[in-house]
Design a protein. Structure first.
Length: 938
RNA sequence: GCCGGAGUGGCGGAAUGGCAGACGCGGCGGACUCAAAAUCCGUUGCCCGCAAGGGCGUGUGGGUUCAAGUCCCACCUCCGGCACCA
């Protein structure tokens, strides 16, 4: 009867914790006490429910939270739902239910599942990004962005009213000032080519387009011009990169962010565009003279083609210029005879999807414009080409092509038979002429710079160009401004009004909704499907929503919605003060709890979510709304959990087996049971046909492969504590690991053994095992206990849960055979077990007669005296090979070790008649005898 | 192509430069049982050997060191990310 029954005890203790508010967190941590903000990346509540990947990170943070609480730390450990977004909407469209309904249902499922796993969240802080009370503040933060401009002089966001207005703009009147301000806001509108995904019916951020198709769904994406809301994240590029330095994040994640920001330093250089007809040489000289006095202009005029390069040292190797098809100067540069060809090329480029345009395998294409620009240093004419391998959105949208020293230019030149001029030679001697060399070296053929090394050349020529007003140092980023509007229903409406004139046409004046009127709710819509055109669904809202009047003027609401990222950019702040109706967060609360001390989630958010939320946080910091530059202190990515290991054999069309290393496309994979395969050397083969190799690996869980593990099922079969423990025991948190249901059985066995340490399984009623006693533990038992406590205490903060669990298993293995089991051993063990298997621990604690909850019991202290043994066993090596062991007192020094080792009969025997050249004795570690070289003896 | 990460028993994995394989799964053997399950105990890297014992062994090849899974150099394979960013 009293067997270990998780199905009975788990709901019991979940109800107990809930009834007693065991994990409710105070508004502020107690003064002078320690605080820990332990945060999970909140889930997107998909219709499929929880995946086994979710509990991995959640269990890790739960263990840390429970451990810290037991050590007296005030712990903030909240949970909520990132509930806006495409999948909810797609699902809603498919099933015909409004997104709000399906989202509420999905959240209920997730909440039930999360509670079923016994996580110690303060559920009183639960938020969903779709709650109107939450949307209100998301919209408010958008208004902060809208009200902020970035002052490059102080590298900081400031109120838009602080923006200095140039006299010329001020003179042009109020409308011009408003326009000037709008152009400098962090949230601004832009008519720009955007990624339009017809299948999803929305535009997407650059970050959401992977290889020319949508990240979600893999649908083709084309570029069309459209008026869109953008967030000026590029203004923060420098800080987003620099301020990564101090974060306790994995280096790999920091690097991903740095690469994504993609800072590059180089120079901008102007190439003179001579006027049509006339004396080009004379015009060039006049232009140069003018530049020498006027300097390098902020924006290039019509008379120059401005390029960006990181390799100004290759200026003498320029053999042509290449501009993007969308470059504004193309028309002016196109010679009459080339008009048709250029027009056709630009048209084709515009129609091409990003997928086609970024396909690296494809040959370079391009068209000669028929005109030339003038090289600023040599005065020579340089032909201008249009080619789509040059991106309009990076740098200046134009490059100088140096085929000898850039692989793309090299390929382009070879395709079109353009000249290749070598101007750099490797330090170790000249490469053959006309070949490609992209490394650093020494300049040749470069006028006055010949002989300079790459680095000094770049510095020298940049200075010279700047002095002559022909160029300047410049910094570029791969990072683009963040396209922030979506043509979908299920997102936050923008708190923005567009002024209308008497005819109902937009005047171009845009204003934010007054703070008091927030939130702007989503209008009820019968049909919330996206259309075939980029016209947002909200434009079909009723007129009472769509049109508003303020101070006698008519406005139309913005009908785009925000992307899913918006809500997740700041949820970690709202958790701290979720019910505040006055502010998005109380500043005192923010100061007390921030920053997040431990943030755990999947690596899929390494770039987007973490970059976006850092950006918002920095803006809020600049505007004085939060007190730290960075939101997340320590970040850890849990690894992916793959499906069970699979063996796959291949059958040919005829039915015979094909070895996996020589299979073809036509052969069909067959999943094989483990009994039919065996390992032979490096590979697995068929047991009956050892010539046939079999593939063995674990695959990502997916519905189509049918290897998805359902947490509900695991909880039913093994219990929540077993699932928690297993996921922590699988291996290092950050590693990718295959699932093994047999492994769940293994940890379940451990929990049963722990149960039997305390409970008499053969009794009819719940009763203590007869071995449990009040004896004082023996010294040996205390040593075992304290070593276990010590290991677990050190492993939890390091997130090394697998080794902590292994140590607890050893402890249970040690205790199981004991005829008498002192409480002084069992009770500390139960407290140490509590963060890992909280339900079982509570139950055992109760059976031991201790007052609930063990979840808040003090963590047992390690007594150092029990960590040292009286004697230690030391390995003895001869020539680095293990030859014996000696037992010595724990504190034995090197000399004592050597004496003891040489006294050992077995060692003495092997040393007899040989010359000891050296003895290495490391106290507490080992002894090694190094013998004199035998070969050198006569 | 570039950038990360990882290669250790049949499997998941342990191992501050100091006894490779902790712990678990699986396997084998035993006790208990009429029997089975459950449980408990033992055993389990490979090779030679009846044994004592010996040899080999952390992807490959080299190096540093008294001592290398761990440090250095070169390479191979797998996984993940980025990808015409001038």
């Amino acid at each position: 009867m009293p067997r270990y029954q998780p199905a009975r005890i788990e709901p019991k203790w979940q109800a107990w914790w809930e009834a007693h508010d065991t994990f409710a967190t105070p508004r502020l941590p107690p003064a002078g006490g320690r605080k820990a903000y332990v945060l999970d990346m909140f889930p997107y509540p998909s219709g499929d429910g929880l995946h086994v990947g979710h509990p991995e990170g959640y269990t890790a943070t739960d263990i840390v939270s429970r451990f810290e609480r037991m050590r007296g730390t005030c712990v903030m450990h909240p949970m909520g739902f990132d509930a806006f977004g495409l999948p909810a909407e797609e699902y809603a469209i498919r099933t015909g239910t409004p997104p709000a309904e399906s989202t509420a249902r999905n959240i209920a499922t997730f909440r039930r599942q999360l509670k079923m796993l016994g996580f110690s969240y303060d559920w009183g802080r639960e938020i969903a990004t779709t709650d109107p009370a939450y949307v209100r503040w998301t919209q408010w933060i958008f208004l902060v962005l809208h009200d902020t401009w970035f002052d490059p002089d102080v590298q900081r966001g400031r109120p838009i009213t602080d923006l200095p207005i140039p006299a010329a703009v001020a003179a042009a009147g109020e409308a011009a000032v408003a326009k000037y301000r709008d152009a400098h806001r962090l949230a601004y509108q832009s008519e720009a080519p955007v990624n339009w995904c017809p299948a999803l019916g929305t535009v997407l951020a650059n970050e959401e387009v992977i290889g020319g198709v949508s990240e979600r769904g893999g649908h083709p994406v084309v570029r069309i011009p459209l008026r869109q809301w953008m967030l000026r994240i590029t203004a923060y590029a420098d800080r987003l990169e620099r301020e990564l330095d101090d974060l306790a994040w994995p280096e790999s994640i920091k690097k991903l962010q740095r690469d994504w920001i993609g800072r590059s330093t180089g120079a901008e250089v102007d190439f003179f565009v001579p006027p049509a007809g006339g004396d080009a040489a004379a015009a060039f000289e006049a232009w140069k003279a003018a530049r020498a006095t006027a300097g390098f202009p902020e924006t290039p005029g019509e008379d120059v083609l401005r390029i960006y390069t990181t390799r100004a040292d290759t200026l003498y190797g320029v053999t042509c210029m290449v501009v993007a098809p969308e470059h504004p100067l193309v028309d002016r540069l196109t010679a009459t005879g080339q008009r048709d060809e250029i027009a056709a090329y630009r048209d084709a480029a515009a129609r091409k999807s990003d997928l086609d345009r970024t396909d690296l395998a494809r040959e370079k294409t391009g068209v000669f414009t028929g005109s030339h620009v003038v090289h600023p240093l040599t005065g020579q004419p340089v032909p201008v080409w249009v080619a789509d391998y040059v991106l309009a959105s990076y740098g200046t949208g134009a490059i100088m092509s140096v085929p000898a020293h850039d692989d793309r230019d090299f390929e382009f030149a070879r395709t079109f038979g353009l000249e290749i001029v070598t101007v750099i030679e490797p330090e170790d001697g000249p490469a053959p002429g006309g070949s490609l060399f992209t490394g650093h070296g020494r300049a040749v053929n470069s006028g006055p710079y010949t002989g300079l090394a790459t680095q000094s050349f770049i510095a020298q020529v940049a200075a010279d160009l700047a002095a002559a007003g022909l160029g300047r140092a410049a910094v570029n980023y791969k990072l683009r401004d963040w396209l922030f509007s979506r043509q979908r229903f299920w997102g936050e409406p923008f708190p923005i009004l567009h002024e209308l004139d008497a005819e109902g046409r937009p005047t171009g004046v845009v204003c934010g909704v007054a703070e008091a009127e927030l939130p702007v709710p989503l209008p009820p819509l019968a049909d919330f499907k996206p259309g075939d055109t980029p016209d947002p669904p909200l434009s079909r809202a009723g007129h009472d929503w769509l049109f508003v009047e303020r101070d006698g003027r008519r406005y139309r609401r913005e009908t785009n919605t925000m992307p899913q990222w918006a809500g997740s950019c700041w949820y970690y702040l709202r958790f701290l003060d979720p019910h505040n109706a006055e502010r998005f967060i109380d500043p005192a609360v923010e100061r007390a709890w921030m920053p997040v001390d431990l943030y755990v989630g999947g690596a899929e958010h390494a770039v987007l979510h973490l970059l976006y939320s850092r950006f918002w946080h920095k803006v809020l910091f600049d505007r004085g709304h939060v007190s730290h530059r960075e939101p997340f202190g320590r970040l850890v990515n849990q690894g992916m959990i793959l499906g069970e290991m699979e063996f796959t054999g291949y059958r040919a069309a005829g039915g015979g087996w094909v070895s996996a290393d020589r299979r073809g496309e036509a052969d069909t994979p067959v999943r094989l049971p483990a009994e039919q395969v065996e390992k032979q050397g490096e590979h697995f083969v068929l047991r009956d046909l050892p010539k046939i190799r079999v593939e063995s690996r674990a695959y990502k869980m997916s519905k189509s492969r049918g290897n998805v593990v359902n947490p509900d099922q695991i909880v039913t079969d093994f219990g929540a504590d077993s699932l928690r423990l297993y996921e922590m025991f699988m291996g290092p948190l950050e590693a990718t690991k295959p699932w093994s249901t047999a492994g769940v059985g293994g940890v379940r066995t451990f929990l049963e053994r722990a149960w039997r340490l305390v409970v008499d399984e053969r009794a009819d009623e719940l009763a203590l095992a007869p071995q449990v006693c009040a004896d004082p533990p023996t010294d040996a038992q205390l040593r075992e206990l304290h070593r276990m406590i010590d290991k677990v205490t050190k492993d939890i903060p390091a997130l090394s849960f697998n080794t902590a669990i292994a140590r607890m298993m050893e402890f249970v293995n040690f205790c199981t055979p004991l005829e008498r089991r002192p409480r002084g051993l069992l009770e500390p063990f139960v407290t140490v077990l509590a963060p890992f298997a909280p339900h079982l621990a509570e139950e055992l604690w109760e059976i031991l007669g201790r007052p609930a909850p063990v979840s808040l019991a003090p963590w047992p202290a390690v007594e150092p005296k029990w960590l040292v043994d009286d004697t230690v066993e030391i390995p003895v090596q001869i020539q680095g090979k293990l030859r014996g062991r000696i037992v010595v007192p724990a504190g034995a020094d090197a000399a004592a070790l050597e004496t003891a080792a040489t006294a050992d009969p077995k060692i003495a025997e092997q040393l007899a008649g040989r010359t000891i050249a050296k003895v290495v004795a490391v106290p507490g570690r080992m002894v090694n005898f190094v013998l004199a070289n035998q070969g050198s003896q006569p």
